[in-house]
Design a protein around this ligand. Structure first.
Ligand code: GDP
Ligand code: MG
Length: 337
């Protein structure tokens, strides 16, 4: 079966755009270590003009070690540092490895969720399944710790074992599509419970992460009506670990009101992980808020950003996965191989 190379290239391009200036290169290699697709980043380094040749020369010694690891079974995800570069390796299904090459000053930790998400998409492309090449907007969280730089050491990235369950809430004006997003996301494993006292539906959904041996269970609280909201707000928001702030790309006021939601949620649950979502992108003709405007708010609030359609399902799973990875990042540890 032939692989959709155009899709792979589109994905790498998105990745480059989102990871930004610290990216030296991104490569997709097969299990024999052969480069299948590669892209040179904007970072000003000594990578040769011949992109694939230059990059693979750079990556080759490391790749040899990685593929040796691969031949003995599943590798998962890992990092490797040289004097001048930092590498992130992610298993991308049974056939490919996704390699990110960063400058030595880059942080691995914030890039990891994006590399992981990109690797999952690559695995899906290899399987011939449909996949959106969109990578959410990367926001570097300045407070996050980072994986220690250990030159010439292969380090496996692991998540502290255990079942993780997180309360997830949704913020945003009525009618932006919060309930529709949740229903899309939980459609297969629909478990619902209704708390009439606070007018909230509670749904559970598990997210699995290949090669990380971790599962995340979201316990999603969705407010049924907006009317009672003021009265129940505190209960709704308190103890939430994750939240999605949603606006409707066809209504400007829904974007403007999100800053207040942000402040209020943060004041009740300061440690919450949040992402920003622009929903209803299927309504192209009615759209009034551009991607750039959404990203502007995301940057201001230091949130990751993704655009979705609950109607078509586009990027819905990625939005939740992104959020899960953002939280899992806190439980990362590394093990030298
Ligand atoms: P909530 O009040 O934020 O929970 O919003 P709902 O999920 O109840 O959705 C409000 C309305 O928007 C409903 O009529 C949905 O069918 C519609 N809707 C939700 N998401 C989308 C979307 O992505 N595209 C379109 N075209 N309509 C949507
Ligand atoms: Mg609703």
């Amino acid at each position: 079966m032939s692989v959709d190379r155009k899709k792979l290239e589109a994905l790498l391009q998105w990745y480059q755009q989102e990871v930004g200036e610290n990216l030296i290169a991104a490569l997709i290699v097969n299990r024999e270590g052969l480069v299948m697709s590669a892209l040179k980043g904007s970072s000003d380094t000594e990578v040769e003009e011949d992109v694939i040749g230059g990059v693979s020369a750079l990556v080759e010694p490391v790749l040899t070690r990685i593929t040796e690891e691969f031949s003995s079974g599943s590798f998962g995800t890992g990092t490797f540092d040289t004097e001048d570069q930092r590498f992130i390796f992610c298993e991308a299904g049974p056939e490919a490895i996704f390699v990110t090459v960063l400058t030595s000053v880059a942080m691995v930790d914030p890039v990891f969720p994006y590399a992981y998400l990109a690797a999952e998409k690559i695995a899906r492309i290899f399987d011939g399944r449909s996949v959106s090449p969109v990578i959410p907007k990367l926001i570097t969280d300045s407070q996050s710790h980072d994986i220690e730089r250990k030159v010439d050491k292969l380090q496996k990235i692991k998540i502290q074992s255990g079942e993780y369950a997180f309360k997830l809430i949704l913020g945003g004006e009525g009618g932006v599509g919060k309930t529709s997003m949740v229903h899309r996301f939980v459609e297969d494993s629909f478990q619902t419970d209704y708390k009439s006292t606070i007018g909230t539906s509670i749904m559970k959904k598990e997210c699995e992460f290949q090669g990380l041996e971790s599962k995340v269970r979201f316990v999603i609280w969705d407010l049924a009506g907006q009317a009672q909201f003021k009265r129940v707000r505190q209960t709704y928001v308190s103890n939430a670990e994750a939240g999605i702030l949603v606006y409707d790309v066809t209504r400007k006021e829904t974007l403007d009101s999100l800053e207040n939601w942000f402040k209020e949620i943060k004041s009740v649950s300061p440690k919450i992980s949040l992402i920003l979502v622009g929903n209803k992108i299927d309504l192209e003709d009615e759209r009034v808020i551009s991607t750039a405007q959404g990203e502007e708010l995301a940057l201001k609030l230091s949130l990751s950003y993704i655009e979705t359609s609950a109607k078509t399902g586009e990027n819905i799973n990625d939005a939740f996965k992104m959020l899960a990875l953002q939280i899992l990042k806190r439980f990362i540890f590394t093990e030298e191989v």
